[in-house]
Design a protein around this ligand. Structure first.
Ligand SMILES: Nc1ncnc2c1ncn2[C@@H]1O[C@H](COP(=O)(O)OP(=O)(O)OP(=O)(O)O)[C@@H](O)[C@H]1O
Length: 260
């Protein structure tokens, strides 16, 4: 079996009196493409934020290559770098594409501007956006804005050997995109995984059928705070698990209650 790179053990999280995650165990192995699916509001984005170190669980532990994490991301550097692509591209509209992608290096490193610009251009090339560094986000399409946020997530600081992104977390990367723009993003996710070295492992939260099928090799299904089913992507059409059958068919009848 592949080496476990990230492990959640007994993770619980509540907001107010609503328990969103209830004793969740989850592993991401090196080289794995994990899909996290389930009905809306079931805690998928919350899991990504906990893995990224942006939010602390109420109880449970997060292990990064077997080392227990203490605190949030600003308190320490993990042995594995984790990049996150947010549901909304979350770009600063008053900054250029280059300034958005290089934002953390411009803010936190002593690298010369020319060096950061070179690194940014490398990442823009990788996401198919060569020559867009001087543009502002407002002139880009939704799919292009997503790709800028990919470039930002894979930025690394060459002065810090631990800063190379090794795990990428994608929160609904194809939401709101037309089928063709979604295909471009799905291809890009697979392309980044195929590049030798850095971004071989990822977890992706998505509701889109094509994204589930084209970008994942293992699926976990979350419902009512619990991990209810997991299996290979090839099993998703064959399992008779009632939650998966209802979710994948979009049927209104079944164990998942329709909100509203
Ligand atoms: N910071 C927060 N404060 C209060 N409630 C929150 C917070 N973050 C998430 N929630 C609530 O927790 C629940 C789970 O949210 P989360 O975004 O993780 O779900 P999700 O499965 O990703 O949903 P969707 O598929 O609709 O994006 C929701 O009811 C949400 O309103």
């Amino acid at each position: 079996m592949s080496k476990v790179i990230i492990e959640l053990k007994g993770i619980s999280k509540s907001f107010g009196n609503k328990k969103v995650l209830d004793n969740v165990d989850l592993q991401i192995c090196r080289g794995e493409a994990l899909g996290i699916i389930g009905p809306s509001g079931t805690g998928k984005s919350t899991i990504l934020r906990i893995i990224a170190g942006l939010m602390e669980p109420d109880s449970g532990e997060v292990y990064i290559e077997g080392v227990k994490r203490e605190g949030l991301i600003e308190d320490r550097i993990d042995g594995v770098s984790i990049g996150m692509v947010f549901q909304q591209a979350a770009l600063f509209d008053s900054l250029t594409v280059e300034e958005n992608v290089g934002f953390l290096l411009y803010q936190n490193s002593k690298l010369p501007r020319s060096c950061i610009r070179k690194l940014v251009n490398e990442k823009l090339d990788m996401v198919g956006l060569s020559g867009t560094g001087d543009l502002y986000p407002s002139v880009l399409s939704g799919g292009m804005r997503k790709r800028v946020s990919f470039a930002r997530a894979i930025m690394s600081n060459p002065d810090n050997p631990k800063q190379g992104t090794e795990v990428l977390l994608y929160d609904e990367p194809t939401a709101g995109l037309d089928p063709i723009a979604s295909t471009v993003i799905e291809d890009l996710i697979c392309h980044l995984q195929s590049i030798q070295g850095a971004w071989g492992s990822y977890a992706i939260v998505t509701h889109q059928d094509s994204t589930i099928r084209r970008t994942t090799d293992r699926i976990v299904f979350l419902h009512q705070g619990k991990l209810q089913w997991q299996g290979r992507i090839s099993e998703i059409d064959n399992t008779d698990h009632p939650l998966i059958r209802q979710f994948m068919s979009g049927n209104l009848s079944g164990p998942i209650q329709v909100a509203g």
